[in-house]
Design a protein around this ligand. Structure first.
Ligand SMILES: [Zn+2]
Length: 200
């Protein structure tokens, strides 16, 4: 028992690697509770500063979410979306927000709506610039030509709908590598998830 507690303490101390894979099969333990990771938060502040230099306003819509909080959100979204819930929201233990390195970003006061012109401008800018600060878009848009379905509504590609607001901090080197591999090209099969590894 003591060994197990030490192991848990060590994992918490070290934190999950920045390239930890999270998808429907690969989750995090319920006790993994790192809070917002400092390096991710610092990178967010830098990104926000660069955006404001171009008169683009940003606010943190969602940051770190614990396993327990994700369970609350999942239950709420399940009421709203019924059987479609898994296209929108990860089950507890399977959300990148539990890593403490994922953020949802929006124009202040606008929410996550993709049709608002302010958010459109923000999301276009994020796609082009986020990697400079170590972020990638976890759920990029992919076109119908390369996959049997349009993943805005049928997330056969990343399991979730296209989420231009959801950024994940992976460090500058890996973000650049993923960006250079062309993951934002709607016709490219490259996804950030191809660069990640399960943990622990
Ligand atoms: Zn998110």
């Amino acid at each position: 028992m003591l060994i197990l507690q030490l192991y848990v303490a060590l994992l918490l101390l070290l934190g999950a690697p920045l390239d930890t894979l999270l998808d429907r099969e690969h989750g995090l333990p319920s006790w993994y509770d790192p809070g917002m990771r400092e390096e991710a938060f610092d990178a967010w502040i830098a990104l926000q500063g660069a955006a404001i230099d171009e008169s683009i306003k940003t606010t943190l819509f969602s940051g770190y979410r614990s396993y327990e909080y994700q369970a609350v959100i999942y239950a709420r979204e399940a009421l709203k979306h019924k059987s479609g819930v898994n296209l929108y929201t990860a089950r507890p233990g399977y959300s990148e927000h539990q890593l403490g390195t994922a953020i949802d970003v929006a124009w202040p006061g606008v929410g996550l709506g993709v049709h608002d012109p302010r958010n459109k401008r923000l999301y276009t800018w994020l796609a082009e610039n986020a990697h400079i600060y170590g972020f990638v878009l976890s759920y990029p848009y992919k076109s119908a030509e390369v996959w049997p379905y349009h993943n805005r509504w049928m997330p056969v590609v990343t399991e979730y709908i296209h989420e231009p607001w959801h950024l994940r901090y992976v460090g500058v080197a890996l973000a650049k590598k993923i960006y250079d591999a062309g993951y934002l090209d709607p016709a490219s099969p490259v996804l950030p998830q191809h660069f990640y590894h399960p943990w622990p």
